[in-house]
Design a protein around this ligand. Structure first.
Ligand code: SAM
Length: 234
């Protein structure tokens, strides 16, 4: 069975809500941007550190959300061109507000769907995506889109919640949600069963990336936290 076939089995009501654009516009986006960003800052730093790009690379961030990771790349590579895309107009507006504050001339953010990226073939050297692939209705299609827009020799890096994360790693991450309005038992359940429960495992993402035709695929556990980092070449 294709690894992608498992997607269709997960399309229950909760999963459809989690993946819906309107939910990112009005519900999940605001919660994520105010709560999760702080808890995941360690992962972002590790991920950006992990990505190796030529100084003048064209880098695309898919599912750029509030733009924190996109802007980190723009700071790390001032000579590169960084583009962030997200299918939620609210998220793109939020990210553009952040960008305006820093005025990084090498960065831009726009609306775009991972299922049909608004770029011509071979237009990027590096494609990155953090915490987005679990929301794609067809992961293989998204990976094929990445391959299409990558130049020959380009690299893809994907970070995602590890469905098979150990209890210890998961608990340490869940403990970081400290806002006064967080009801911890609910948050813990929601994260474990819904967010992580509907994410990918290392084997699953590896199989999908190979199926999409990438080479040199590696998936490692993030040094800190219950996340996976996938790296592959075109
Ligand atoms: C969990 S957030 C991660 C945001 C950002 N990468 C970060 O790590 O801070 C997931 C983002 O992916 C976006 N998203 C989900 N499905 C998408 C799709 N098919 N195409 C583009 N963006 C998508 C959502 O709107 C949301 O902003």
């Amino acid at each position: 069975m294709s690894a992608n076939a498992t997607d269709s089995k997960k399309h229950g009501i909760v999963k459809r809500f989690l993946d819906a654009k309107w939910a990112w516009d009005f519900v999940q986006g605001p919660i994520y941007n105010h709560l999760v960003i702080k808890a995941a800052s360690g992962l972002f730093e590790q991920f950006v550190h992990e990505v190796e790009a030529p100084e003048n690379a064209r880098i695309l961030d898919i599912g750029s959300g509030p733009g924190h990771v996109t802007l980190m790349f723009a700071r790390k590579y001032p000579g590169a061109e960084i583009v962030g895309v997200d299918y939620s107009p609210t998220q793109v507006r939020y990210a553009n507000r952040l960008l305006k504050r820093e005025a990084l001339p090498n960065c831009s953010l726009r609306i775009g769907d991972a299922m049909s990226l608004p770029f011509v073939d071979a237009s990027f050297d590096i494609v990155v995506s953090v915490a987005c692939i679990k929301h794609w209705p067809d992961k293989l299609r998204g990976l094929l889109e990445i391959k299409r827009i990558l130049a020959p020799g380009g690299k893809a890096y994907i970070a995602e919640a590890d469905r098979e994360a150990s209890e210890k790693d998961f608990t340490a991450f869940a403990e970081k949600f400290t806002a006064w309005y967080v009801f911890k038992p609910f948050m813990r359940w929601y994260l474990r069963k819904i967010v992580f429960g509907k994410s990918v495992s290392a084997d699953e993402i590896k199989a999908l990336v190979y199926e999409a035709g990438f080479a040199d695929v590696s998936v490692v556990k993030a040094p800190e936290g219950p996340f996976l980092i996938m790296k592959a070449g075109k």
